[in-house]
Design a protein around this ligand. Structure first.
Ligand SMILES: Nc1nc2c(ncn2[C@@H]2O[C@H](COP(=O)(O)OP(=O)(O)OP(=O)(O)O)[C@@H](O)[C@H]2O)c(=O)[nH]1
Ligand SMILES: [Mg+2]
Length: 402
């Protein structure tokens, strides 16, 4: 560590007092020689120090370049490098937990195990091809059994994809229903702030309003939508309703709100996705049990009684939302991302093809082609077998300086 002053070599004027930290290879983040300059914060100082470094021949790092160099230097594998980006982008505790577990090699260990089992099968088949007189061909039923076991493990990892998306991007929840049932009031109650305009006039909300909410360590992107009704009043309301229908289509789950104080009515659109009925304005209802039973009977689904006005029922609603985000408890250590999902799907596809080759008693060479393709797809996740193009894609999502 060196402590001193930074001077502009042209004018010899002092720019700042600073500390220089020297990290010698391979004991640095990137595994290369690294010098870190720590000057006093502040935009003007940083700009000046940076421009002096650039004048002296340095260049700005590209997005994710430090982590890319660390990956290329063998400090960690590609899945762990991605975890750094997840770590920085984590908005909730659960997302952070998942990123830390991935950084710690949780996903890499699971994958290594699967890939090694597959390599063993491949080695056994290749040995029989290379030494036909010395080594007996493996029994098809035995190979099939191993392949199916490997497929089960890959499917288990794939089953975490939905959870991975929820952790990384949050869960989009659309508040939908007729005008005036209290969608905007519920959004405000959940956020504990007067975010959306509320009036007693039907058709108040026109544009989609989306706000982030952390419930139980999960990120929810709650969308308040325009009330859906026939014969909308004006053009703005009509366009708003179109956006509501789009939100129904795009969201991960729906909260279908009704006014509990009104006579029960059937849902105006088909329930194609996760949907939870919310009986709002329960504060206006005298016989709550009867009201709940009647609405549940009419809607033919689970319903939660709430009051956006008094806050009644909000803890139950929060619990139901967290349950939606949690899904099934995870067996594997980490939840995968979209890139891992694509590679694992490709591996499953190759394994299916290898099973066909086996069942059709094709020459063993056909089997090895598919098994090798599966090994290579698995290797894409951790970066053992990966093209420069994929590496570029992974790191371009990073922010500069990481
Ligand atoms: N008593 C009672 N009134 C409520 C409750 N929630 C909303 N309201 C009232 O219902 C009216 C409509 O509320 P909004 O939140 O604007 O309803 P909305 O569903 O967003 O309506 P649009 O935007 O027109 O589709 C307002 O007068 C609210 O004060 C509730 O839980 N209890
Ligand atoms: Mg509204």
């Amino acid at each position: 560590m060196l402590c001193g002053c930074i001077h502009d070599p042209l004018t010899d004027r002092k720019v700042d007092e600073a500390v220089l930290l020297v990290f010698r290879a391979p004991r640095s983040y990137t595994t290369e020689d690294v010098v870190e300059i720590q000057s006093h914060g502040g935009t003007a100082i940083l700009r000046k120090v940076l421009s002096l470094c650039l004048k002296e021949g340095a260049r700005l790092a590209t997005a994710g370049e430090f982590t890319k160099r660390a990956y290329l230097g063998g400090r960690f594998d590609l899945a762990q490098a991605e975890a750094i980006s997840d770590l920085i982008g984590a908005k909730t505790e659960k997302a952070l937990e998942n990123a830390l577990s991935q950084l710690d090699g949780g996903l890499s260990r699971d994958l290594k195990e699967v890939r090694e089992s597959l390599l063993e099968v491949l080695a056994r088949v290749e040995a029989a091809i290379d030494f036909p007189h010395e080594i007996e061909e493996p029994k098809p039923s035995e190979v099939l059994g191993h392949i199916e076991e490997i497929e089960r493990k890959i499917s288990l990892l794939l089953s975490t994809a939905r959870q991975g998306r929820v952790l990384r991007e949050g869960m989009a929840i659309a508040l939908v229903g007729n005008p005036n049932v209290g969608k905007s009031s519920l959004l405000n109650a959940l956020l504990r702030e007067e975010r959306a305009i509320v009036t007693d006039l039907p058709g108040t909300t026109r544009d989609l309003i989306e706000e982030n909410l952390d419930l139980g360590g999960y990120l929810f992107r709650i969308q308040d939508t325009a009330g859906i009704r026939e014969g909308a009043f004006d053009q703005a309301e009509k366009l708003g309703i179109l956006r509501s229908l789009e939100a129904i289509h795009k969201s991960d789950a729906l909260l279908y709100l009704v006014d509990a104080s009104l006579p029960p009515a059937a849902m105006p659109f088909p329930a194609q996705k996760k949907i939870l009925a919310i009986l709002n304005k329960i504060d206006l209802v005298k016989d709550r049990e009867a009201c709940l039973a009647a609405w549940r009977e009419k809607l033919k689904m689970r319903a939660i009684a709430v009051s956006a006005k008094s806050g009644e029922g909000l803890p139950e609603l929060t619990e139901a939302l967290v349950n939606l985000a949690e899904g099934n408890p995870l067996v594997p250590r980490c939840a995968i991302n979209a890139r891992h999902q694509a590679a694992l799907f490709a591996a499953l596809g190759s394994l299916e093809a290898s099973k066909e080759a086996l069942l059709e008693s094709l020459p063993l060479d056909f089997l090895t082609i598919d098994l090798k393709a599966a090994v290579s797809s698995l290797g894409e996740v951790t970066g053992e077998e990966v093209s420069e193009e994929i590496i570029e894609k992974v790191f371009e999502n990073f922010c500069v300086g990481k």
